[in-house]
Design a protein around this ligand. Structure first.
Ligand code: NAD
Length: 234
C-alpha cells in the first residue's frame, strides 16, 4: 500500500525551541531591527554593511543551534507517511534533523548568491559573508534570502506539493506573510488540516483548522497516533 502524503507548512515558531527567535512574536521586530532596515532590496542598496552584519549574526546563531524535538518528530513521521516539508524558515534545522524533502520558500541562510546572476548559488563554509566576497563573475555575493518585496520563485513547486496533500500540518507560523500564507488554500478541500501554534486558538479566521495551542516541540512528538487514526478512519 502506498503511503499517504503528509505536508507540513512550517514557520519561524518551528525553530523557536532551538533558540532561534521568531519574528512578529514579541514586538514586530526581528532581533531589534525592522524588516525595512534589514530584509528588503532597498535596505541592501542603502546599507549593505548592516544587512550583511544582520544575516551574519543570524547565521552564527544557526551554526550554534540544534534541531528540537519537533524537527525530530517529523523524521519519525516518514516511517508512516510520505512527508513533504514546505518551510518559510531560512534555517536548515529540518534537514539537520534528517527530513528528506524540504522546500525553502524564503531562501537559505547557509547559502549566498551572485548579485549579477541569481542562478549562481554557493554553500557558505563559515557564518561570515562580507563586502568583497565575490561570485565567479566578479560581483558581490548577497544572502540567498527572499527579501520582502521580492518574488518567491518556489511558489509553483509548493502549490504542486499542497495540491497532493492527504493531510496538512501548519506549524509555528502567524500566517501573515504572503504568498506563503495563501498556500493553505491549495490543499484539497476536506482534508484534515492541523494548526499547531501557541496562539492557534487566537486565530479566529482559522475555524476550519483543527487548532492545537502548544509548542511544536511538545505537540508534534505526541501527534502521530492521532494522525494515523485520522488517515485510517476519516
Ligand atoms: P512569525 O514570526 O510571523 O510567527 C511565528 C509564529 O510562531 C507565531 O504565530 C508564534 O505564536 C509561533 N510560535 C512561537 N513559539 C512557538 C513554538 N515553540 N512552537 C510553535 N509555534 C511557535 O513567523 P512566520 O510566519 O514564519 O513569518 C516570519 C518570516 O520571517 C518568515 O517568512 C521567515 O522567512 C522569516 N524568519 C525565519 C526564521 C527562521 O528561519 N528560523 C526566524 C525568524 C523569521
Amino acid at each position: 500500500m502506498s503511503l499517504k502524503n503528509l505536508v507540513l507548512l512550517s514557520g519561524a515558531g518551528m525553530s523557536a525551541e532551538s533558540g532561534i527567535s521568531t519574528f512578529r512574536d514579541v514586538n514586530g521586530l526581528w532581533e531589534n531591527y525592522t524588516i525595512e532596515e534589514v530584509a528588503t532590496p532597498e535596505a541592501w542598496h542603502k546599507n549593505m554593511d548592516l544587512v550583511l552584519r544582520f544575516y551574519n549574526q543570524r547565521r552564527k546563531q544557526l551554526f550554534e543551534a540544534i534541531p528540537n524535538k519537533g524537527h525530530e518528530a517529523l523524521v519519525e513521521f516518514e516511517k508512516h507517511f510520505n512527508v513533504h516539508i514546505v518551510t518559510q524558515n531560512v534555517d536548515d534545522l529540518h534537514e539537520r534533523a534528517g527530513s528528506k524533502n524540504v522546500l525553502h520558500l524564503h531562501g537559505e541562510l547557509r547559502k549566498a548568491r551572485s548579485t549579477r546572476n541569481e542562478s549562481l548559488v554557493y554553500e557558505l563554509k563559515t557564518w561570515e559573508l562580507n563586502k568583497g566576497d565575490l561570485c565567479e563573475l566578479g560581483s558581490q555575493l548577497r544572502p540567498h534570502i527572499v527579501w520582502f518585496g521580492e518574488a518567491v520563485p518556489a511558489i509553483p513547486q509548493a502549490v504542486n506539493i499542497l495540491n497532493k496533500a492527504d493531510i496538512l500540518l501548519v506549524v509555528g507560523t502567524s500566517l501573515m506573510v504572503y504568498p506563503a500564507a495563501g498556500l493553505v488554500d491549495y490543499a484539497p478541500p476536506g482534508i484534515p488540516v492541523y494548526y499547531i501554534d501557541p496562539k492557534a486558538h487566537e486565530m479566529a479566521y482559522q475555524k476550519r483548522f483543527k487548532c492545537i495551542s502548544g509548542k511544536a516541540g511538545e505537540v508534534l512528538p505526541k501527534l502521530l497516533p492521532e494522525l494515523l487514526s485520522e488517515i485510517n478512519h476519516p
